[in-house]
Each structure stands twice: as C-alpha cells, then as structure tokens.
Design a protein around this ligand. Structure first.
Ligand SMILES: [Fe+2]
Length: 196
C-alpha cells in the first residue's frame, strides 16, 4: 500500500535519488577534505554528530549532504570552495524539502556569520577552513549578519555548521563516535516526508 499522500512513482524517484547520492559519494568521496579526513569521512562524521546530538532527520540529512556542492564542482576547486553552499543547496533543493536544503545552502554563510558574532570562532576553525574563509568573503558585515538572522533556517544552518566544524576527526571511530556508512542513512534518503 502506498503511503498516504504518496504519488505514483515516488518509490522509483526515491530510489533514483539514493542512487545519485551514493554515486556522488562513490565518485568523489575519496577526495581529500583536510589533512585528516576524506570528503566521505567528513560527511559521515557530520551526520553522526548530528544524530548524537539528537538532531531530527532533516538536519541529519542536511549534515550528510552539506558539502555535496564540492562533489558537483570538483573540476573547479575555487568555485567549489566559494560557492559550494549555493550549488549544493540548489542540488539538494531539487530533491529534498527546505528543512534539508536550506541548511545546506546556508552553511557557508553560517561560518561567515559566526566569524562576525563570535570573535573567538575563527581561531577554532581548521587551518583549511580559515584559508577558505578568505575566498568566501571573510566575516560578515553587520548588514549581512542581519540578513542571515532573518533567514528562516538560520539556526538550522548554524547547527549544521557546528557538525561541519566537528566532522574533521581522524579515523572512522572519531573520538569514540560511531560513524556509520553513507548507506546507513538510506531510510532518510527515501523518506517521503523529507523529499521535495
Ligand atoms: Fe563541510
């Protein structure tokens, strides 16, 4: 029996999206994210941290997919750095609901916002993240920060940002955190409640 509200072909569409996500991780997940983790390890750690902190399914999925823009723009690394929130957010928005895609879109802005409101934050960033901050425009201005705060998903983006910053630990058992494989999150990827 199809679930209430499900449309014909939803299952096929969900399977296609799972295939797309897994294919992106298979093709690009081995790429280096930092000196300590690959792109895939980073994404898996971010999702695991989100779950460990009791985040809802939409935010866990956002954490898993937050850097998908890097996968889409691998051939152009500078574009990937500066615009991976926008490009990744657009890709996610074609497939998932706003509470998944918006935190992805805003997670780079969230870093720039944190740098504006919290002077100690930049010092906590990884060396790579400090380097990319310059390319991304540095700390927000007061006007930019006010616009960010007006975003409906600003808090969600800040939460994803925190797991992004935390998901840079060496090894799969990062700091004792159980870090499941990408496929573990398949139920979220096919959840009609999280889909566009
Ligand atoms: Fe990230």
């Amino acid at each position: 029996m199809p679930e209430k509200g499900a449309e014909t072909g939803v299952e096929t569409g969900a399977d296609r999206v799972v295939d797309e996500v897994l294919a992106l991780f298979a093709a690009h997940g081995h790429a280096t994210y930092s000196e300590r983790v690959t792109m895939e390890q980073h994404a898996r750690q971010a999702a695991a941290l989100a779950r460990a902190e009791g985040a809802d399914d939409a935010l866990v999925l956002a954490a898993l997919l937050h850097d998908v823009g890097h996968f889409l723009a691998e051939a152009d690394s500078e574009f990937g750095v500066t615009d991976h929130g926008t490009s990744g957010g657009a890709w996610v928005a074609e497939r998932f609901a706003d509470d998944v895609s918006e935190p992805v879109r805003l997670h780079v802005a969230a870093k720039r916002y944190r740098c504006f409101v919290d002077p100690g934050y930049e010092a906590e960033l990884s060396p790579a993240s400090i380097g990319t901050l310059r390319l991304q425009g540095g700390a927000m201005s007061a006007d930019e920060a006010a616009a960010f705060e007006a975003e409906p998903f600003a808090d969600a983006a800040l939460a994803v940002r925190g797991w992004d910053d935390g998901g840079k630990l060496a090894g799969d058992a990062a700091g004792g955190l159980e870090v499941p494989p990408v496929d573990h999150w398949r139920p979220l990827l096919v959840d009609p409640g999280l889909r566009r």
